[in-house]
Ligand binder design. Structure first.
Ligand SMILES: CC(=O)SCCNC(=O)CCNC(=O)[C@H](O)C(C)(C)COP(=O)(O)OP(=O)(O)OC[C@H]1O[C@@H](n2cnc3c(N)ncnc32)[C@H](O)[C@@H]1OP(=O)(O)O
Ligand SMILES: CC(C)C(=O)C(=O)O
Length: 561
């Protein structure tokens, strides 16, 4: 920006409310959710939804568990009108779900709105008109009195229309649109005037929706505005105070959360925050934020990928890979220290009895929203040994001993740097296979027999005699050896005949898979005569043979250095 451009702007007027209560409140229950995907979301799309797409979105919203759904602006276009009619005529509105429709305070639009609802069991009619200083001056060119008269006339016309449709139970909502840019006393005055017409009672409450049509200030200011209003409005028990935040400053979720602390009881928003400009508040994020605090959000989000799939198809908008809870990458760590911490946290979580989710860097268990653990750790040049070990374990069942992580970690890190890209799990396995499992030069095992084994609790040690057939640099050799067990006997034979001096430093083994064809993996570290250390890995149905293969793997690697 040019430096002087900043002079075009001024701070949001300060507002003093030293006795504010909201900072010491907590969210303890979910609000009433109202999806406005089919109206506010739809009106912001490059290509508004067709009737078929609206139906698909409606079904999704019902499946998720929304009990209030703003289905459109029926007086605005034929599709909007036809969609409302289709829902009613084809009896597609489940018991317990309320449809809501929006209208301006204009007679012909109100009439058409009611016609669109003919035959409905129940519906919310949502009346709005803009009340902000700016819109009064620029759009309506009306003073406060005239703006109130517009709203009151709209409210009155609605009451008049209601009488024509006795079969429907109507509920009402009023929004002083652009509330956040409206003087608070004026917002209160106009809402009171509308309520004077509608005469709400605790049994037939009205929804008063206070929208941040444009997010003009920080979230604490919205909370102050909501609390100010909530504390002063008359007939408080006959009002459901509703929030409707847009995201111009990127704070709609925060503003709504603070608005709930301040007295908001209902939230209008959309899936993934679609909506005018930077969008409406994202209900998925709000709900899952609550979920992570142990609060039942009363929305079923256990298949988030399906929500993303339908949403993207219907709106033609992508969900950002970093979108909270839903983005492709939000359960993925590439960086080494994060992977290490997640790996350790996951292991502890699996072993712990508390059942409490306490995994570093992950606020939610991905499986709670239908995501898998597989994608948690992905490998690129930022990754570390812990993450690589995690992939080997979770994807292929190899639980590499901790002391082996640095060696294999370096091998994979060199590869990611050479390739300059993310490695797929299969590529990591292929590298493991090449380096440890299929290395067969200079030694290749052709056959192995334990000739004699002895154990007697009266003796100091057990013993074994073994015989192994090897290819040594392509030449067949038969080696024989004795030791305190088959592995010791084989090492003795190797040292004496072909490999020279080496020491076994570490030994680990585990079963690789269950069932009759279960295989075992053995990991052995040797130190060669020069003091260098090498890991080897062997896999076999016989654990002794797996360990013999692991020694061969380590010896071959030491020879190839
Ligand atoms: C913040 C929000 O999201 S509010 C919802 C906004 N959504 C939409 O606008 C989508 C659907 N809208 C439409 O299809 C059209 O705008 C319609 C059908 C509602 C109205 O269409 P039209 O009358 O042809 O045009 P338009 O919207 O430009 O009308 C503007 C007039 O309505 C007046 N107006 C705007 N809002 C309201 C209101 N809530 N109540 C009464 N009058 C209003 C304006 O002052 C203006 O009056 P003027 O003609 O005397 O200057
Ligand atoms: C109609 C109103 C509630 C609206 O969409 C807004 O103010 O953003």
């Amino acid at each position: 920006m040019k430096p002087e451009a900043v002079k075009k702007y001024r701070p949001f007027p300060s507002f003093d409310m030293p006795d504010r209560n909201w900072p010491s409140q907590a969210i303890t229950t979910a609000p009433v959710w109202c999806s406005v995907d089919l109206r506010d979301g739809n009106q912001a799309l490059i290509q508004p939804m067709s009737l078929a797409k609206k139906l698909e979105m409606f079904k999704l919203l019902v499946d998720v568990g929304f009990k209030e759904i703003e289905v459109g602006f029926p007086s605005a276009s034929q599709v909007e009108y036809d969609f409302t009619r289709t829902l009613i005529d084809q009896e597609l509105i489940p018991e317990g779900v309320l449809i809501q429709v929006l209208t301006q305070a204009r007679a012909h639009l109100i009439e058409k709105t009611f016609a669109s609802l003919k035959g409905a069991r129940e519906a919310i009619v949502h009346l709005y008109n803009s009340t902000s200083v700016l819109q009064r001056r620029t759009v309506f060119k009306m003073n406060r009195k005239e703006i109130i008269a517009l709203a009151v006339e709209g409210a009155r016309l609605i009451k008049e229309e209601e009488a024509k449709y006795p079969e429907t139970h109507f509920r009402y909502e009023y929004s002083p649109e652009s509330f956040t840019g409206t003087e608070l006393e004026f917002a209160l005055e106009i809402c009171e005037a509308v309520m004077d017409v509608w005469q709400p009672t605790p049994d037939e409450p009205v929804i008063i929706n206070l929208p941040a049509t444009v997010e003009l200030a920080s979230p604490n200011v919205y909370a102050d505005q909501i609390e100010w209003f909530s504390r002063r409005v008359s007939r408080r028990d006959a009002i459901i105070l509703s929030l409707h935040a847009h995201n111009d400053r990127g704070c709609a979720v925060a503003a709504t959360e603070l608005g709930l602390l301040a007295g908001g009881q209902r939230v209008e928003g959309t899936l993934f925050g679609n909506g005018e400009r930077t969008g409406n508040v994202d209900i998925i994020t709000l709900a899952l934020n609550m979920f992570t605090q142990g609060i039942d959000p009363r929305l079923d989000l256990h298949e988030i990928n399906q929500l993303v799939e339908v949403y993207e198809r219907v709106t033609h908008l992508p969900v950002h890979p970093r979108h909270p809870y839903a983005g492709e990458l939000v359960y993925t760590a590439f960086s080494g220290s994060h992977q290490d911490a997640i790996n350790k946290g996951m292991t502890m979580y699996e072993e712990a009895e508390s059942g409490l989710w306490e995994v570093p860097y992950l606020t939610i268990d991905p499986t709670d929203v239908g995501r898998t653990y597989e994608s948690i750790i992905r490998i690129n040049s930022q990754s570390g040994k812990g993450g690589i070990a995690y992939v080997m374990d979770k994807e292929f069942g190899f639980k590499l001993p901790k002391e082996m992580h640095p060696e294999f970690g370096t091998i994979i890190q060199d590869l990611t740097e050479r390739e300059g890209r993310e490695l797929q799990p299969q590529e990591i396995y292929d590298s493991f296979e090449k380096v440890y499992l299929s290395v067969s030069q200079p030694f290749a095992l052709k056959g192995f027999n334990t000739v004699k084994r002895h154990f007697d609790s009266a003796d100091k040690a057990s013993f074994a005699d073994v015989e192994a057939n090897l290819l040594v640099d392509g030449v067949e050799r038969t080696l024989k050896g004795s030791g305190n067990g088959p592995l010791d006997a084989f090492c003795a034979a190797m040292k004496a005949s072909v490999a020279g001096e080496f020491t076994l430093c570490s030994y680990h083994e585990h079963a690789l898979s269950g069932g009759q064809s279960a295989k075992a993996a053995a990991y052995i570290e040797i130190e060669d005569a020069g003091g260098s250390r090498f890991w080897g890995v062997g896999v076999d149905t016989d654990i002794i043979v797996a360990s013999i293969k692991a020694v061969m793997s380590a010896l071959n690697r030491s020879c190839q250095r």
